[in-house]
Design a protein around this ligand. Structure first.
Ligand SMILES: Cc1cc2nc3c(=O)[nH]c(=O)nc-3n(C[C@H](O)[C@H](O)[C@H](O)COP(=O)(O)O)c2cc1C
Length: 216
């Protein structure tokens, strides 16, 4: 076969071009370093822990988002990559999705950042109740069963629900410490929400949790 200049040029441009969109890793939006030098003493945070359903529409600052997500399920032992909440056999099967007015994101503990999944505002779809659609932040706890290979589904679901509870409580205590309003939520249309989020067969929504400033 005779190689033409055009063919060589095409081959070279394919070799050195960026990977196509469908193979490219989503960009990591890195969050500021979490602040470790603040917050109520633990006993006082526990004393203030409570659920609240009256939220202001005011957005949370990026720094607060960073502190909150790190407290929830960040890496607190960088050498081992272990997290602020426990998981059975350290499978780390829970993913934290973050729904805001600006879109849906996936929290990446490694690198402490967010991957944008969609730019759409899906907050309303995270609940059967009204207030989550107005609050600035809704966390969605999703188990990825592909990280629990060899564990029967019933046991995997039980472990995932327990692991989620630990993360949810971290968020409750962080909010108590910062004077934020928060509530865990199980009342949601999981099937519909999973479809909107583009979840796969190996993923299941365990719970949601709304966070924001308390309504004045
Ligand atoms: C698994 C779970 C699911 C919940 N689901 C909802 C919910 O869908 N909507 C809601 O408003 N509160 C929900 N809550 C919050 C409870 O109603 C709340 O924790 C309870 O009333 C006790 O109040 P407290 O958290 O202030 O102690 C849920 C709590 C848990 C642990």
């Amino acid at each position: 076969m005779k190689l033409t200049i055009a063919m060589i040029f095409t081959a070279l441009s394919l070799l050195f071009s960026k990977p196509p969109a469908w193979t490219a890793e989503p960009e990591l939006i890195t969050l500021p370093q979490p602040r470790f030098d603040r917050g109520l003493p633990l006993m006082q945070a526990i004393q203030h822990r409570q659920s609240s359903r009256l939220f202001s529409k005011k957005n949370l600052p990026e720094q607060t988002m960073s502190d909150l997500l790190w407290a929830a399920y960040g890496i607190n032992r960088p050498k081992s990559g272990k997290r602020t909440a426990p998981s059975a056999h350290d499978r780390q099967e829970i993913d934290l999705y973050v729904a805001t007015a600006n879109g849906l994101y996936l929290y990446q503990a490694k690198g402490h950042g967010l991957n944008q999944i969609t730019a759409g505002d899906i907050r309303k779809l995270t609940s059967r109740q009204k207030f989550p659609g107005q609050a600035p932040l809704n966390l969605i706890y999703v188990v990825n069963f592909s990280r629990m290979k060899g564990v029967p589904r019933e046991n995997a679901l039980e472990a995932a629900a327990i692991a989620t509870g630990a993360i949810v409580q971290n968020v409750y205590l962080y909010c108590a410490s910062e004077g934020l309003a928060v509530v865990a939520r199980g009342s949601l249309d999981r099937k519909k929400l999973a479809a909107v989020m583009g979840l796969g067969d190996d993923q299941h929504i365990i719970l949601a949790q709304t966070v924001g400033y308390p309504a004045q």
